[in-house]
Design a protein around this ligand. Structure first.
Ligand SMILES: Cc1cc2nc3c(=O)[nH]c(=O)nc-3n(C[C@H](O)[C@H](O)[C@H](O)COP(=O)(O)OP(=O)(O)OC[C@H]3O[C@@H](n4cnc5c(N)ncnc54)[C@H](O)[C@@H]3O)c2cc1C
Length: 370
């Protein structure tokens, strides 16, 4: 069979691309060497969050969040879409100044926020320790169960004629489509490389490093926390390039479970649970929420964030393959930004006006001299 487009990778990004391209009327093949959402997507937290590291990151996260809000009405209850909001927790006066900066940034761009003083923070989240300085509440952030969402997007693509092939990886992108490891050729005019951490193996000229992360999930407890809670020190952990960092990040799930993160490690290739990092991560969480010690953890896992040198994803034409678009390198925001990524890719392919400027995400920046 010949397709208009073949999407490599059925993680949240590839699934979103397949759904968007097939909605635009393209005949799509979606190929995954393993299965739907079995890569990094399976390891993520599902926090759909607007971020302010840069204008480009803000634009993509905000645009994507708006798309998630629309999609929420279509998804089944098992997608556990929760409008819980985020509280960025400030430990001291220094972090409180970051609360004010963040508040200004968001307010100027139309995101409703609320500054919480120490008392308001403690009323909003009584299980946080006393003595914290305050926080910033961003009500519009939310949470989704990304495994259901990925399958929902794949089903949406299939209902519009897309063909899903799993269990047979792509070994090479060719001028006419892709070759699979079993030698089979899938012909397509356009290839979308959404292979996550493996994307550089199929497309030269881009750099994606694996950034290992750990998460812990607890048993079910009612009303332990109401919001996604993130320490403001998280930003230092996410931005830093040091070998290993941890930050307090807690997500109350619809099931009553608490999903607890997070760690970041470069230069580690194994998937093992690192007890030292896990201890640092949980100790950090106990500093913020001492009563977490009373909860039982039921599972710990790891995953690899696909990290680019400038923390922005690659979305656009490959610098080395004229028939290939890259949709990869979303680091710790790929669940959030999957929908925006997919719409930008579809706009580029179909010649539509993209909803936000695409230049900051161009993969060609990876080979441009700095
Ligand atoms: C601990 C942790 C917490 C996170 N929390 C959040 C969060 O709260 N919010 C958020 O927005 N993001 C979060 N993320 C980030 C998010 O999970 C990722 O950015 C996102 O899942 C990346 O999706 P992807 O589709 O690009 O990659 P993947 O999910 O890895 O999908 C790539 C797919 O490609 C397939 N593949 C690879 N090579 C080939 C090949 N040669 N042929 C065919 N198929 C191939 C793989 O099997 C895989 O299924 C978190 C990540 C981690 C690790």
């Amino acid at each position: 069979m010949t397709f208009d487009a073949v999407v490599i990778g059925a993680g949240i990004v590839g699934a979103a691309c397949a759904a968007s391209l097939s909605s635009a009327g393209l005949r799509v093949a979606l190929i995954d060497g393993n299965g739907i959402a079995t890569g990094t997507t399976a390891a993520g937290m599902g926090h759909i969050v607007v971020m302010d590291d840069s204008e480009a990151q803000f634009a993509l996260t905000q645009y994507s969040q708006q798309l998630w809000k629309k999609l929420a009405n279509e998804m089944p209850p098992s997608a556990e879409y929760e409008r819980c909001g985020t509280i960025w927790v400030a430990a001291d006066d220094y972090e409180m100044s970051e609360v004010h900066r963040k508040n200004e940034f968001y307010s100027e761009r139309g995101i409703a926020t609320e500054i919480l003083d120490a008392q308001a923070l403690s009323e909003a989240e009584p299980n946080l320790r006393t003595g914290l300085a305050g926080g910033l509440l961003v009500r519009s952030d939310h949470v989704v169960y990304q495994l259901t969402a990925s399958r929902f997007l794949v089903d949406k693509a299939r209902s519009r004629g897309a063909v899903l092939r799993t269990g047979n990886a792509v070994s090479e992108i060719t001028n006419d489509g892709v070759r699979l490891v079993n030698g089979e050729i899938v012909n397509a005019d356009i290839v979308i490389n959404a292979a996550g951490i493996n994307a550089p193996q199929l497309s030269s000229g881009i750099r994606i490093d694996k950034r290992k992360g750990h998460l812990v999930i607890t048993g079910r407890y009612s009303n332990f926390a109401q919001h996604q809670l993130v320490e403001l020190g998280y930003l230092r952990s996410a931005h830093g390039r040091e070998a290993g960092s941890v930050a307090f990040n807690l997500q109350p799930r619809a099931t009553g479970q608490m999903l607890l993160g997070s760690s970041r490690q470069f230069g580690v290739d194994n998937t093992f649970v690192d007890r030292e990092i896990l201890k640092r991560m949980t100790s950090r969480a106990f500093e913020y929420m001492p009563r977490l010690r009373e909860l039982s953890a039921v599972r710990v896992w790891t995953g690899f964030r696909p990290s680019t040198p400038d923390n922005l994803p690659y979305i656009g034409i490959s610098p080395t393959q004229p028939n290939t678009y890259i949709a990869a390198g979303h680091e710790g925001l790929g669940i959030t930004t999957s929908l925006g990524t997919a719409e930008l890719i579809t706009a580029m392919i179909t010649g539509r006006e993209p909803a936000i400027p695409i230049e900051p995400y161009s993969p060609s920046r990876a080979i441009e001299p700095h």
